[in-house]
Design a protein around this ligand. Structure first.
Ligand code: BJW
Ligand code: ZN
Length: 257
């Protein structure tokens, strides 16, 4: 252990790593003011996911679902990335290959400056046609008649609901990144929603060093090599700092076996 409390095993691994994955969930954006789904203050404590985040729910009551998404879209457009997002973006310059795999739809990794980002569950700033998939940017006012696509299909947010497939190419790239990662960070996710929850397990099976950052233990915790309990916006910047000061003290250290 070092005085900042991060295990030497983790710093040593980071020092040698070339391929790193940060897989993030709602928790990383909590400190930006975006509510999480599960856990303390989670959305699903008050709302029913099957009503708001499923195809059936949308078909039953598109107006309600649009109200919810328009509300969250407004909120997400007003918030800013936090030190957790910025630390991940800064880690990029230290590794030849760093991939961010996120379940979030808020665009905050992009706004923090990360460059290789795989968005598993879509992007709330986009709309698409239910039937033909055509993308639409225009704002939806849930109080008015909902617009339709030229093909007659309903317009919906470009996000992935329960029971829907994830975007194929994005998911494939995510599994490839997990399979080849030397260090895999799981940050701020309850690690229960599939198939995202399989990624760290795939990485670990292929030999990746698994690091979890969360306020509380999850089903992944027993599998993790290191569990860092606390806020991602606190832990990740401290980890970055300790890692960077190690690099300064021993430049080129990353090349020693
Ligand atoms: C902090 C913090 C701080 C707080 N610092 N930490 C196999 C077995 C069982 C079920 C299934 C299965 N395969 C598929 C399923 C069904 C389903 C599923 O997994 N259900 C489970 C709930 C059981 N999966 C699907 O349907 C997926 N599709 C699919 O599998 O297709 C193939 C298929 C089709 C048909 C049948 C079968 C298979 C699609 C999943 C889509 C998920 N969609 C949502 C909504 C997206 C759009 C939107 O945002 O509106 O995605 S649901 C919601 O959950 C959202 C999130 O991305 C996702 C994950 O949540 P996340 O990010 O983990 O957040 P939380 O809130 O759960 O956790 C936050 C964590 O942060 C907590 O742990 C806190 O402690 C922590 N935290 N503050 C650090 N400051
Ligand atoms: Zn269409």
């Amino acid at each position: 252990m070092d005085m900042d409390g991060f295990p030497d095993s983790l710093i040593n691994r980071l020092d040698r790593a070339r391929r790193v994955v940060f897989a993030t969930g709602a928790g990383i954006s909590a400190e930006s003011g975006v509510p999480t789904f599960r856990g303390e203050g989670g959305i699903w404590n008050k709302m029913r996911p099957e009503e708001l985040a499923s195809v059936d729910g949308f078909m039953r009551n598109p107006q309600l679902v649009w109200e919810w998404y328009q509300h969250r879209r407004d909120l997400m457009s007003r918030v800013e990335p936090n030190p957790g997002h910025f630390a991940i973006a800064a880690f990029e310059q230290h590794f030849p290959e760093l991939t961010v795999i996120t379940q979030n739809i808020d665009g905050l990794h992009r706004r923090a400056g990360s460059s290789r980002i795989l968005e598993l569950h879509g992007d709330i700033s986009r709309n698409k046609c239910f039937d033909c998939g055509r993308l639409y940017d225009k704002e939806i006012n849930p109080d008015e008649d909902l617009p339709r696509c030229g093909c007659g299909g309903m317009i919906r947010p470009d996000v992935v609901w329960f029971g829907e497939m994830l975007p194929h190419d994005v998911l494939q790239a995510a599994f490839e990144a997990a399979e080849t990662a030397e260090i895999f960070f799981s940050v701020g996710t309850s690690a229960v929603v599939q198939p995202a929850a399989s990624l760290p397990l795939v990485a670990a099976r292929r030999g990746a060093f698994l690091v979890e950052v969360n306020l509380e233990p999850t089903p992944l915790t027993p599998v993790a090599d290191v569990f860092l309990q606390g806020k991602s916006g606190d832990i990740l910047p401290r980890l970055l700092k300790q890692f960077e000061s190690r690099r300064k003290a021993a430049p080129g250290g990353e090349k020693t076996p």
